[in-house]
Design a protein around this ligand. Structure first.
Ligand code: ADP
Ligand code: MG
Length: 261
């Protein structure tokens, strides 16, 4: 079980010279569901890839329970950290169930054969993401929203202590948006940690224990949603076209609003 993921003073420069991260830092502990918010291009996805050990920071460190993530052997890393990418690199011509079974790779024995238990875990993860009905279909045949849910199912099946999730609700209808966040919240209550990049400030408001704000490659704020999802914090980041309200339980609502319309 993972206890803590820590990033310190992380910088990352792409080969084209774009400095996507420039002093990003965060801590994520088990039992936390942390939302990472910030404008397009502020470095959220790059930070997530650094946290996952998929790319190595130009400077700074990322450690999971005191060990550098980039130094962990892939299987060891996969047991501790599961990633839900913003996009799949290519449309895969594999059965959905086999794709999700790929998430069990790190747990399989030397011969990489799936046991009955792996298949049961895969079915349970698909069910949790309301995707059992597409289990026999091919990944390349799914709608954007269906594919998104299968990606989450794969990460759940991986059973890692930390889930790093990049914009999981983008192509989902409202009910499935809620379902994804509910699943993540449940996993977190069960002792995992989740970091979720999202533009959906209102889902972050309802489900996140904390929000981190990114701007220009830096983590500029971190705190409870009640304090972070406020005009004082968000207007300097997103500009003035925001309307603030409250849900019945008092949590903040933030929606884009054009006062001239
Ligand atoms: P976000 O997820 O917050 O929208 P990203 O981390 O994707 O931001 O991007 C941060 C910056 O890095 C942007 O300026 C983006 O154009 C640049 N960038 C992202 N991916 C690449 C890449 N593969 N090669 C070069 N530049 C990139
Ligand atoms: Mg992104």
């Amino acid at each position: 079980m993972v206890n803590r993921l820590i990033a310190r003073d992380v910088a990352y420069e792409y080969q084209n010279g774009v400095r996507a991260l420039d002093g990003a830092a965060l801590e994520l502990e088990r039992g936390e569901l942390v939302a990472v918010i910030g404008p397009n291009g502020s470095g959220k996805s790059t930070l997530l890839r650094c946290l996952a050990g998929l790319i190595e920071p130009s400077s700074g460190t990322v450690e999971v329970d005191g060990e550098a993530v980039v130094r962990l052997p892939p299987r060891e890393r996969a047991c501790r950290i599961a990633v839900v990418p913003q996009f799949l690199p290519k449309l895969l011509d594999v059965r959905v169930e086999d794709f999700v079974l790929g998430g069990r790779y790190a747990h399989m024995g030397r011969w990489r054969t799936a046991q009955k238990q792996d298949r049961a875990i895969v079915r349970a993860a698909l069910e949790r993401c309301d995707s059992l009905d597409v289990a026999e279909r091919r990944m390349s045949e799914l709608s954007g929203g269906q594919r998104q849910r299968v990606l989450v199912a794969r990460a759940i099946a991986q059973a890692a202590g930390v889930l790093l999730v990049d914009e999981p609700t983008n192509s989902l209808d409202p009910e499935h948006q809620l379902a994804v966040f509910r699943s993540l919240a449940e996993l977190v209550r069960g002792g995992r940690a989740a970091l979720v990049v999202t533009h959906d400030l209102n889902l972050a408001s309802q489900f996140a224990t904390r929000a981190i704000v990114m701007q220009s490659g830096k983590t500029i704020d971190s705190g409870p949603v009640d304090r972070v999802l406020t005009r004082a914090v968000l207007e300097p980041v997103y500009g003035p076209h925001l309307h603030f309200g409250r849900f019945a339980n008092g949590r903040p609502i933030v929606v884009p609003w054009d006062a001239t319309s």
